[in-house]
Design a protein around this ligand. Structure first.
Ligand code: CUA
Length: 334
């Protein structure tokens, strides 16, 4: 294991520790207390399962019905009753304390923590950095830097879950929820949605990259711009990557049939619609030109395609340059 010194002067591991047989690698300062509580509960349960099952089997054999022996009702034994009421209560109090103090610690940010806004919507994650730049589907962090995530939802209940950080917090419409942590190891992790939120709940993912200081600074310069070869940064290609990162693919099939995985997709089909009349749910049809596509991304509910009134696409905030790239990509779909 290589150790690296980060700007704050603390020592951080450069490679993630291996996963244990039950838990993924621990990559943040919040993982330690959660893991020790989890391990305590797990082994506590194993020990009691074994002890109680063994005692039960022993008594079943010892006290099985025998000829000539009559059963006697057991009496009341106050001291025993007090013992088996008080002892578990003390243990439960201890477990509650361990869980609750972790919960409070994970919700309280240290002073000067970098704030990142996490926006959940059906079915994607968007991250907004202090610079105001937004990155869909990709959370990039610096190792050793304290963070505060301000989580909100634009539609229904979602839950922000990063197993490697041992963090999970609901994204509740109409309010903010918080989690605070410091990544301790450089490496990759994964955001999941841990609250069932509809058709493509399981596809509501985002990647997490924890970078060492230098690489993080390099990355920060590229935020909101296309990163890649000139070929990859042609409008069509850049648009395709933005389309995927914004998780548009969770609702729109890009093939000619507009299906996803062989069934009707939640959103209308996009291939081949450019410069054709689109039937609207109300009023006359609309020509699918650049302005129509732009409006459909920024204000999706302004014009709704016939047959899709029950689906509520969330609005996206996207820079002009990126919008142009996405439009170029959609025009290229046949
Ligand atoms: Cu969002 Cu499940």
């Amino acid at each position: 294991m290589i150790l690296a010194t980060e700007p704050q002067g603390q020592i951080f591991q450069a490679t993630p520790p291996p996963a244990s047989w039950q838990l993924p690698p621990a990559m943040s300062d919040t993982a330690g207390p959660v893991d020790s509580t989890y391990n305590f509960i797990f082994w506590f349960s194993v020990v009691f399962l074994v002890v109680i099952t063994a005692a039960m089997m022993y008594f079943v054999v010892k006290y099985k019905r025998k000829k000539g022996v009559k059963s006697e009702p057991t009496g009341h034994f106050n001291r025993l009753e007090i013992f088996w009421t008080v002892t578990p209560t003390i243990f439960i109090g201890f477990l509650f304390h361990a869980g609750y103090s972790s919960y409070i610690r994970n919700a309280t940010a240290s002073e000067g923590a970098t704030e990142i806004r996490v926006r959940a919507k059906k079915w994607s994650w968007e991250f907004e950095y202090p610079s105001g730049d937004r990155a869909p589907g990709e959370l990039t962090l610096e190792v050793g830097r304290p963070y505060k995530m301000i989580i909100s939802s634009e539609d229904v209940l979602h839950s922000f879950f990063i197993p490697e950080f041992r963090l999970k917090r609901d994204a509740v419409p109409g309010q903010y929820s918080f989690i605070a942590f410091t990544p301790t190891v450089a490496g990759n992790a994964q955001v999941f949605c841990a609250e069932y939120c509809g058709t493509t709940h399981s596809g509501m993912l985002a990647s997490v990259k924890v970078l060492p200081h230098k690489e993080y600074e390099e990355w920060a310069k590229t935020l909101g711009k296309c990163v890649g070869t000139p070929e990859e940064c042609k409008p069509e290609k850049y648009g395709e990557s933005l389309f995927t990162k914004n998780a548009c693919t969770t609702c729109h099939g890009v093939g000619g049939s507009g299906q996803i995985g062989g069934s009707k997709s939640p959103g209308p089909k996009l291939a081949g619609i450019y410069n054709t009349m689109q039937p609207m749910a109300t009023g006359p049809g609309v020509m699918a030109d650049e302005n129509y596509i732009r409006e459909s991304i920024l204000r999706p509910n302004a014009k709704i395609v016939a047959g899709y009134t029950t689906v509520q696409m969330p609005a996206f905030v996207i820079k002009d340059e990126q919008l142009d790239a996405i439009i170029a990509y959609l025009k290229s779909l046949k």
